[in-house]
Design a protein around this ligand. Structure first.
Ligand SMILES: Nc1ncnc2c1ncn2[C@@H]1O[C@H](COP(=O)(O)OP(=O)(O)OP(=O)(O)O)[C@@H](O)[C@H]1O
Length: 501
């Protein structure tokens, strides 16, 4: 058990045969040039740091326990302390979370700072970095000023980096519970992936991975993950795709105010028929450069494909999002987008993936069509989730934002309670200190293992979308108009690769 050591690296070196090469590969795997320290705090330190686990220090409540803000004066540290409501005899997820977090460290994760043992019941308390700005869930669904496109694209890329890091670790870490409420915002409003209670560390053929029952959160759960043996990093890719659809549309993964309630069933047919604007969050409107919306939508649709093997790896997703991010952050793109839009809206069907900004003077944009005029690009075979009668969530897209009910993780590594579906508002108020104040009705799902097994009932038809367009850029230097070949736009990259069933 690596976390019993004060220094995670030494624990790994002595206890973990997978990581004999950790030192050698540290740069690649940890992004940290100095080893990160995992401290063993005393229970009494945390008791006083959280003001005896007072209501005032309560940051929120999850399905496995409570999270408190802690001022740990000895270390001049503000941290978040997670206290499980289960006994450790129940194989509570905090054990697993500490075990995994003691081996990974990355700027895009909510990293482990240490742990403490409650002597009275042997429960482990987890001490992680404090995230003062709430969760992405709160920002997207409960905030009066929803984030703009620049921030949304940035969040998507940051989360992709975190997930990519986990998948590239040796052995890989599969998070299994990627969702907007597990994306927390740090002091600089950067997105961090947290809550590793359901995560698994190991290769797919490892016994632990092969014997752990499926778990996750309804609405985000990969429909192809029906049995332990189905798990792979591609299940996280599916959940990430759902999260991306949520970021684009501002709607919940499951929302009964929409028909169909599943974001996949709702968004993917629209994406496949090229109606990207229909899935855009109406509160912020279209991005200035509508190619950004198209690219994000296509990435999301590919992540949620029904067949796990056909989904992209996180490394590809990350690369695509980097391009979108670059496109967003190049002010010149907005200019170009406007000009192109003016020329008969030809950009409607462009798939622009690469751009390097001009270095000087004036740019002129010329447009030429390439390839077939047939609408021959498709996003195919994406997953369709039959939600049955489970009701979670929602706000309307139009004007009014209603209080939303958030999906909870289901399944666990430990004993699973059986509780009825309960939508009574009185039960739970999630309180944030120092972040956004959110009142949330409780959703208690029946936490049976089978509950996570959402069967796909619909197979979506392929539809063709769009034509390719090339945008060429010219710069004027000393009165001469020169074509800049570097600025030739790569068209249709996303849609062209591997779209067949
Ligand atoms: N490091 C942190 N800093 C600040 N707030 C946190 C931190 N970790 C969790 N929280 C807050 O505490 C609350 C509970 O988090 P927790 O991870 O236990 O459960 P959850 O993700 O909300 O639900 P579930 O357990 O169903 O996944 C959330 O509202 C979250 O925003």
């Amino acid at each position: 058990m690596g976390y019993f050591s004060c220094n995670a690296e030494s624990a790994i070196a002595t206890c973990d045969s997978y990581n004999w090469n950790l030192k050698k590969n540290r740069k690649k795997h940890t992004h940290n040039h100095t080893p990160f320290k995992i401290r063993e705090f005393s229970y009494s330190d945390l008791h006083s740091a959280t003001n005896a686990f007072s209501q005032d220090n309560l940051l929120g409540k999850g399905s496995h326990g409570y999270v408190y803000k802690a001022h740990i004066h000895q270390y001049k540290l503000i941290a978040a302390v997670k206290r499980s409501k289960l006994n450790s005899s129940n194989n509570c997820p905090s054990e697993n979370e500490i075990e995994i977090l003691s081996r990974v460290h990355h700027p895009r994760l909510v990293n482990l700072l240490g742990y403490a043992v409650d002597e009275s019941n042997q429960n482990k308390l987890i001490v992680v970095e404090f995230m003062p700005n709430g969760s992405l869930y709160e920002l997207l669904h409960c905030c009066s000023k929803p984030p703009n496109w620049t921030r949304r694209v940035r969040f998507a890329l940051q989360i992709a980096r975190g997930v990519h890091f986990l998948h590239c670790s040796n052995p890989p870490v599969i998070h299994r519970d990627i969702k907007s409420s597990n994306i927390l915002l740090d002091g600089n409003f950067n997105a961090r992936l947290g809550d590793f209670g359901l995560s698994l560390r190991g290769h797919v053929e490892d016994v632990v991975v092969k014997s752990t029952p499926p778990a996750g959160t309804l609405g985000y759960l990969d429909p192809a993950y029906l049995a332990p043996g189905d798990l792979s990093t591609k299940s996280d890719v599916f959940s990430f795709g759902i999260l991306l659809l949520e970021i684009i549309s501002g709607r919940n993964a499951i929302d009964v105010n929409y028909s169909p309630p599943s974001v996949v069933d709702w968004a993917v047919p629209l994406i496949k028929s090229g109606e990207y604007t229909e899935i855009c969050d109406p509160r912020i409107g279209l991005p200035e450069d509508d190619g950004v919306l198209r690219q994000l939508a296509v990435v999301a649709a590919r992540c949620v494909r029904k067949t796990a093997a056909k989904r992209p790896a996180m490394t590809e997703v990350m690369d695509w999002l980097k391009v979108v991010c670059k496109r967003m952050s190049s002010p010149i793109w907005n200019n170009i987008g406007r000009r192109v839009a003016r020329v008969g809206r030809v950009m409607e069907s462009a798939r622009v993936m690469k751009y390097e900004p001009l270095d000087d003077s004036m740019e002129i944009v010329k447009i030429s069509r390439i390839g077939s005029t047939r609408r021959n690009r498709k996003v195919s075979d994406v997953a369709s989730v039959d939600l049955g009668s489970v009701v979670i969530g929602g706000h309307k897209t139009n004007q009014e934002i209603k209080p939303v009910i958030r999906s909870k993780s289901i399944g666990s590594l430990g004993e699973i309670e059986s509780e009825p579906l309960d939508l009574d508002n009185n039960n739970q108020t999630v309180r944030r200190k120092g972040g956004l104040a959110v009142k949330m009705p409780a959703v208690r799902l029946s936490k049976s293992r089978s509950m996570g097994m959402i069967q796909s009932s619909t197979r979506l038809m392929n539809k063709n979308i769009g034509n390719g367009v090339v945008v060429k850029f010219f710069k004027k230097t000393n009165g001469k108009e020169l074509e800049d070949s570097k600025l030739l736009v790569d068209v249709g990259k996303l849609e062209l690769k591997g779209e067949t069933n």
